[in-house]
Design a protein. Sequence first.
Length: 471
Amino acid sequence: MDSRLSARALVELLGFWRTSEPAYDALADGIRLLCLDNRIAPETALPAERELAVALGISRTTVAAAYRALRSTGHILSRQGSGSVTRPLGRTTAARWFDREGIDLQQASPPAWPGLPGVIAEVAASATALVSRSGYDILGHAGLRAAIAERCTRQGIPTIPEQIMVTNGAQHALNLIASTLLRRADRVLIETPTYPHAAETFRRSGSRLVGVPVEVGHGWDVDRAAQAFARTAPALAYLMPEFQNPTGRTMTASERTAFARAAHDSGSMLLVDDTISDLVIDAGERPAPLPAAIRVGSLAKSVWGGLRVGWIRADADVIRRLRAARASHDLGTPDLEQAVATRVMVRLDEILPQRSALLRAGRDALVAALGAAVPGWSVPQVHGGVALWVGLGAPLSSALVMDAARHGLHLSAGPRFAVDGGHERHLRIPFTAEPRELERAVDILAASWATVSADISHLEPGTPALSEALV
């Protein structure tokens, strides 16, 4: 059965959607962006034309024209008697709206470590030994698990191989944890803004999300977190304490203590996402690791996104539960990738300084370019991670992303990272690309900002879109 989106909910998702384009084009683009960002899931029934027109304060003819434009690009399908329903988007569908050529900063993923091809060649040379095994390994290779456990121990988290399960990346780990350890209607405490695919995973498991704010300038709202733990007793709390995605913040020692205490008092499991924790740009003293029942990590950011190897670190009894449940999902991580990962793990002390230098060059170029081109924006100071969570000063993130995409720059709008809506005043800009590409991206952003910020003045006072924009 299709899920149904009310007119009120769609208006909240759209935020400031009016631009200097014809209204029906601007509305269609706003809905397309929500589909591409997965803020509107496939097979979702959109509001009836008349209902949406009333909610937006525009004519039904305008909504009808917007729906026709969406049908023409394959974003929605209209069924007689059932209204209009969003469709799953493939590359062809997306390309009919925006040419995907250009600068793609939707994925905050650095290029592959330059030494990786050599490691893959070494592993390929030993292919005879690899294929002598069965190829099915639910827990992961013993050597890789030992290497991961040894690295965890060096980072202040004493670990033995029996506490490690190798997965097909961190996202696979989150899906396995959610489907195994959570029950429908369980509450999950989660930062907002946050990594959107984690929020989607917990929602898909039937969990109810409880958002706790984290801000660039102020960090985690520990008072609200303590209240949320006490009031809702979440089954799980998902946190990214190191270079939090997207804000780039790192938890202070006192914030870690507050979360650990609140989770303990409420009987909640802490799930820490360590996928970005190794991406240190500026050396400095780091607080002790946040104690957690479960941790997930991967090599996607530190080595290459195409090396789909991650892991779960948990007590042995939790690993046993996950092992028992995993066979219904998949039968293990591919042997070839595990062999590559085993060789890479023992070279991380060599790899990470190179990644640090690459990310430092990108960050510094991006910060300098933003300061020169859009001095009114609030650009945070981050010491690691992969992106900046930039304050725009006005709720125009979605409109800015739409306009920039028409000029070949692809980003995710602030609301993509929200748990309960909002964040239209922020934009995540990854600094994982080459400095020159980032400088070109800022040129496009500055031009688009001039366009969308000027568009506010083109609206008549009192219109719903304008009222929303000026809040």
